[in-house]
Design a protein around this ligand. Structure first.
Ligand SMILES: [Zn+2]
Length: 112
């Protein structure tokens, strides 16, 4: 049974698998949402090796403050041109209460 490295919960789901079967999986804890790839070092993937300072308990999670909102990603320049009436993503970030933070640009090896 796989335990969450961060909170020791035993309900862990698989989010993704490697394109070549059996190389790696991306797992996520159903309680604390900690997410890891099975090929990461033991300090990120095993409860006994996870740093004590970052470990959580069920009580810690019950008392946790609200998780901050993540601003929307900025559209790629070609997407922005195709949708002229689209909202400015930087205004979206300001509207969400995040000031002075430009939304992160998501890149992928398949998207230049
Ligand atoms: Zn967890």
């Amino acid at each position: 049974m796989t335990l969450c490295p961060r909170c020791a919960h035993d309900a862990v789901g698989r989010l993704a698998t490697s394109p070549v079967p059996g190389v790696w999986d991306v797992l996520q804890c159903r309680r604390c949402r900690y997410t890891w790839r099975t090929t990461e070092p033991a300090r990120r993937t095993r409860r006994d090796a996870y740093p004590d300072v970052f470990k959580l308990t069920a009580d810690d999670l019950a008392a946790a403050l609200e998780v901050p909102a993540v601003p929307r990603c900025a559209p790629r320049p070609d997407e922005a041109r195709q949708r002229p009436g689209r909202r400015d993503p930087l205004r979206g970030a300001a509207d969400s209460g995040v000031r002075g933070v430009r939304p992160a640009r998501v890149t992928s090896p398949n998207r230049p």
